[in-house]
Design a protein around this ligand. Sequence first.
Ligand code: HEC
Length: 91
Amino acid sequence: MFIKNVLLVGFLVVALAGCRSDKGCRGILVNKCSSCHGLSTSCAKVGEGYGRWLGIIDAMNTLHADVSEKERKVLAKCLSEPSAVTDDICR
Ligand code: HEC
């Protein structure tokens, strides 16, 4: 039982660390989207919809935001719906 709990806690720590890593929504936004304008520009559009976000990110890429295909999808998904993550980034 004790071992099981240790494993569970270990798993949760790893999972949470993953969410907070640079490859997550916040990391991508801070690294790739906050050099030309503040995060508030992106925060103002949270909830715009997945397809709309893909388009916005495409437009940013033409300005050399340099977002990879994978990051583009992570970001569009994250920003298309308000969540604890976007609240945390945008408050
Ligand atoms: C190279 C500079 C640059 C980078 C990097 C950049 N942007 Fe922008 N962004 C702009 C400029 C300039 C505008 C205003 C002109 C425009 O709307 O095209 C803008 C406008 C926007 C807007 C408003 C668009 C609208 O339709 O009202 C959003 C949202 C946005 N950026 C999000 C992002 C996100 C998310 C990233 C990261 C993936 C990012 N930007 C990275 C330069 C940049």
